[in-house]
Design a protein. Structure first.
Length: 481
């Protein structure tokens, strides 16, 4: 059955407002308040209408949050009413959805709130081929149609066509086999790894991909930390971007004499790396490490100057290494929808962000924490030195991390910083916030306003700790009210 044009929006005088849960890249809200089974059912119908999916397969899965199964059923109810055939994937990580969407060439949704606390849930949506649905690529239309359905109080079934069907498919083993085809770890030296799943979906995917649960054993000894799937997060929040949520992993790495620690967020699309000393390895260093491997692979296949995407607040060591290795660095804004779009435009082989999202051309330009972790394991396992030494090769500069300052006048503070530093001859560009780069090259910094809070986000880097501390102190003095 081919696609049908969606009907026009219902004509209602009062529309429900879903703005509290519809974000720039996904849907995310508080269960029972800003996201409910009724609103999810309406979104399912609107998703099919907006993307013209009547008669097509729609993939539906979810994470370990208590509300995910009910939300999956509600979404499927709305989608099948509008003529789509729903294929339930069950418990999945977000990158499992991307795998299924890419390999089956089908649109889909997964219910997850990523690293958010237990009271949250949400939806990440893709078009066929794992192409993201964001506010700039259809999410606003989905929202408008869902609000209209909620306003009428019902979702009509297609009058001519049958209601869609439902089925089930377990993709975990084929997802695991696919990832192993991308990075061969069978020849690695034996490695002891501690993995902190944070009670999230990596507790399911890690044994499948890196262990011997479904596939043959690899030369990896896995020490599991919080592998029990529990969407109430009884041990710590599933947000490794916050340093306090890495402390258990850091202690376990040292306690077990492990070669490496790996932490995943709740839906396992991001990974964070800890070295054998219990110290974090920055996402910029991981970006550079994987970029080196992907450039070499592309060059071996005959590709000249393969493109690598990096956002503007990754370390300047990233583009330096890319050029050194014969690649072409492409700088872009922060945010996964921008990265994925530029990946496609540039035909890039890899992309990395400071937030530990890593994107691969061979993975439909989508981000996957597990594939990134496998690349790091391969880089570590093919040489004899410890990760701390390997990591230092990719971290020649000192970084501030994200420093937030609360200010009452965001634009006024940014304007003062511009005046202050431009008078010193510093070059300023406005790709995303403002980035300040002096001619001498001993430091740089970026100022970006938060979209939702009265904060300015400062990311700075310098050649040494003293220079960095002086720079951060100077910038914060300028931007304060």
């Amino acid at each position: 059955m081919g696609r049908r044009r969606p009907e026009t929006l219902p004509d209602v005088s009062t529309l429900f407002d879903l703005s509290a849960s519809f974000k720039a890249y996904d849907v995310r809200g508080i269960v029972g308040e800003t996201i409910t089974e009724d609103s999810v059912r309406a979104v399912g119908a609107a998703f099919v209408d907006s993307l013209e999916l009547a008669g097509e397969t729609v993939l539906v899965g979810g994470d370990m949050r208590p509300s995910s199964p009910a939300f999956s059923r509600a979404f499927a109810d709305g989608a099948t009413l509008r003529g789509a055939d729903v294929l339930f994937l069950g418990l999945i990580s977000t990158d499992e959805l991307y795998y299924a969407s890419g390999t089956l060439d089908a649109a889909g949704v997964t219910f997850t709130a990523s690293h958010n606390p237990a009271q949250y849930n949400g939806m990440k949506m893709t078009r066929p081929g794992a192409i993201p649905v964001s506010s700039e690529t259809g999410l606003e239309d989905v929202r408008a149609r869902a609000e209209a359905y909620l306003g009428t109080g019902s979702i009509p079934a297609l009058e001519v066509d049958r209601r869609g069907t439902t089925g089930e498919r377990d993709i975990l083993e084929e997802y695991a086999r696919f990832l192993r085809s991308q990075v061969d770890l069978s020849g690695s030296r034996p490695l002891r790894i501690v993995v902190d799943a944070g009670n999230g979906m990596a507790g399911l995917t890690t044994p499948a991909v890196l262990g011997d649960q479904l596939l043959e054993a690899l030369p990896l000894s896995i020490v599991p930390l919080y592998f029990e799937l529990d969407g109430t997060f009884p041990n710590h929040p599933a947000n490794p971007l916050e340093p306090e949520n890495l402390r258990d992993l850091q202690a376990a790495v040292v306690e077990h004499g492990a070669d490496i620690g790996i932490a995943f967020d709740g839906d396992a699309d991001r990974c964070f790396i800890i070295d054998e000393l219990g110290e974090p390895v920055s996402p910029s260093a991981i970006t550079a490490m994987i970029a080196r491997r992907e450039i070499a692979r592309a060059q071996a296949a005959g590709e000249a100057e393969p493109a690598i995407i990096h956002n503007l607040i990754t370390s300047r060591a990233v583009p330096e290494l890319i050029r050194h290795d014969g690649g072409r660095p492409v700088r872009t804004r922060v945010g996964h929808s921008f990265i994925k779009a530029v990946m496609a435009e540039e035909g890039a082989v890899f992309g990395g962000e400071h937030s530990a999202h890593y994107y691969f051309r061979t993975f439909w330009n989508a981000d996957t924490g597990m594939l990134a972790a496998m690349h790091v394991l391969a880089a570590l396992g093919e040489q004899e030195g410890p990760l701390s030494e390997l990591g230092r090769e990719y971290e020649p500069y000192v970084s501030s991390g994200e420093v937030n300052s609360k200010v009452s006048d965001l634009q006024g503070s940014i304007a003062r910083a511009r005046v202050e530093f431009e008078q010193d001859g510093v070059v300023v560009d406005d790709l995303d916030g403002l980035t300040f780069t002096p001619g001498h090259g001993r430091w740089w910094f970026n100022l970006r306003p938060s979209n939702t809070e009265p904060y300015l986000r400062l990311n700075a880097e310098a050649e040494d700790r003293s220079t960095l501390e002086d720079l951060v102190q100077r910038v914060r003095a300028v931007i304060r009210d």
